[in-house]
Design a protein around this ligand. Structure first.
Ligand code: SF4
Length: 56
């Protein structure tokens, strides 16, 4: 179960800097989590100003 970023993302990039395994990158209109790289640590969740990061 990787973390996912919803459409509430405003592409601020705060989560990408917080991810210890660099699983987050800028996608088309929002940031995206690479499910294969994410270790589900949850570090990014608290960094998101819009609460866009969820566990799927
Ligand atoms: Fe990166 Fe952890 Fe967020 Fe997964 S849960 S995207 S490993 S910061």
């Amino acid at each position: 179960m990787a973390h996912v970023i919803s459409d509430e993302c405003v592409s601020c990039g705060a989560c990408a800097a917080a991810c210890p395994v660099s699983a987050i990158s800028e996608g088309d209109g929002k940031y995206v989590v690479d499910a294969a790289t994410c270790i589900d640590c949850g570090a990014c969740e608290g960094e998101c100003p819009t609460g866009a990061i969820k566990t799927e």
